[in-house]
Design a protein around this ligand. Structure first.
Ligand code: TYM
Length: 334
């Protein structure tokens, strides 16, 4: 708790182009939670270097992502929006938590296995301990709630295990966080292969809607979306492509999947795909316009970066000092 509010922490990586999956699975939920919680929304640039990055590009993407948080509707006066690399406590706590995490636990992480297979020439220790840094992010702010898509649930589970293990030894140091998963859209699938999640690292640009895609591109990608030959708009696990499109349309319009099915009863896939494309383009348009304006306002974005990093550092240091004392590090002489 911070004051009378519970604490929420979440973050995104500044790698690749953000997709509709990131928006629906995470960012959209963040917007609805900003009044209820004391929130920390981080651009997790430390995580990004587990895969090789071009330095100038990483810097530029990180700034764009931070700007996008604001453009999407997160008010930086109410939400602490900052870069992970500006708060050294993340890396410091991560080291300590590494000493409370087992190799066997990390070996079970499916994201590690996937990424190690994809980057076989660079299976570095950071990629392996990635979930420990994520645990440090969350525990540093004593977060009660962590809104994420389904793909991050395993990382949340290990965060809870590490926190419980630490608390069992040293007393109640960390709040045990709960995941928050949206009702619909917790896993948006690729438009080209509905068995796979929509991912910013997908090499096929038609598989993902990028948050900066214009209306024509969005509609074209939905027209090409892989469906099936049933010619029936129904919400079931066999018609995975249509299921995914119903989920997307349902999130964009606020209708339930059943309402979507009745709306399109007897209509063809072509009509439905066009409607989905239009609803996505309409949902993203205000954010895209605001982003273009904000990007020009360098002084404003700089002030958000500076002020919020100070705020984040203040809270991070509180937890860090407590943890350092518990594990037995000597107090600093001031
Ligand atoms: P990242 O950057 O891969 O994704 C950011 C958020 O978007 C969600 N997401 C999706 N949701 C639904 N459908 C999809 N296709 C889809 N693709 C991505 C993710 O679940 C995530 O919520 N390790 C994290 C970043 C992170 C973090 C944290 C998150 C670092 N520290 C602490 C929460 C708390 C990641 O790589 O997310």
């Amino acid at each position: 708790m911070l004051g009378d509010k519970k604490v929420l922490f979440s973050g995104m990586q500044a790698t690749g182009n953000l997709t509709l999956g990131n928006y629906i699975g995470a960012l959209k939920n963040w917007l609805t939670l900003q009044d209820e919680f004391e929130t920390f929304y981080c651009v997790v640039d430390l995580h990004s270097i587990t895969v090789r990055q071009d330095p100038a590009e990483l810097r530029s993407r990180a700034r764009k992502l931070l700007t996008l948080y604001i453009a999407a509707g997160l008010d930086p006066e109410k939400n602490c929006i900052y870069y992970q690399s500006h708060v050294s406590g993340h890396a410091e706590l991560s080291w300590i938590l590494n000493c409370f995490t087992y190799m066997g636990e990390l070996n079970r992480m499916t994201q590690f296995k996937d990424k190690a297979a994809k980057h076989a020439d660079n299976i570095n220790a950071g990629l392996f301990t990635y979930p420990v840094l994520m645990a440090a992010d969350i525990l540093l702010y004593q977060a009660d709630v962590v809104p994420v898509g389904k793909d991050q649930l395993q990382h949340l589970e290990i965060t809870r295990d590490i926190a419980q293990r630490f608390n069992a030894i040293y007393g109640d140091v960390f709040t045990i966080p709960e995941p928050y998963i949206g009702k619909t859209g917790a896993k948006i699938m690729s438009l080209q292969d509905p068995e796979k999640k929509m991912s910013k690292s997908d090499e096929n640009p038609n598989a993902s809607i990028y948050l900066m895609d214009d209306k024509d591109t969005i509609i074209r990608k939905f027209k090409r979306a892989v469906t099936d030959s049933e010619a029936n708009i129904a919400y079931n696990d066999e018609q995975k492509g249509i299921h995914n499109l119903i989920d997307i349309y349902s999130v964009c319009t606020g209708k339930t999947p059943d309402e979507v099915v009745s709306e399109f009863a007897g209509k063809g896939y072509g009509d439905f795909k066009l409607a989905v494309g239009e609803s996505v383009a309409d949902m993203l348009a205000p954010m895209q316009a605001r982003f273009a304006e904000l990007e020009k306002d360098k002084a404003y974005i700089d002030s958000v970066i500076k002020n919020n990093a100070e705020k984040a550092n203040y809270f991070a240091q509180k937890t860090l000092r407590k943890v350092q004392k518990k594990v037995g590090f000597p107090e600093k002489i001031r």
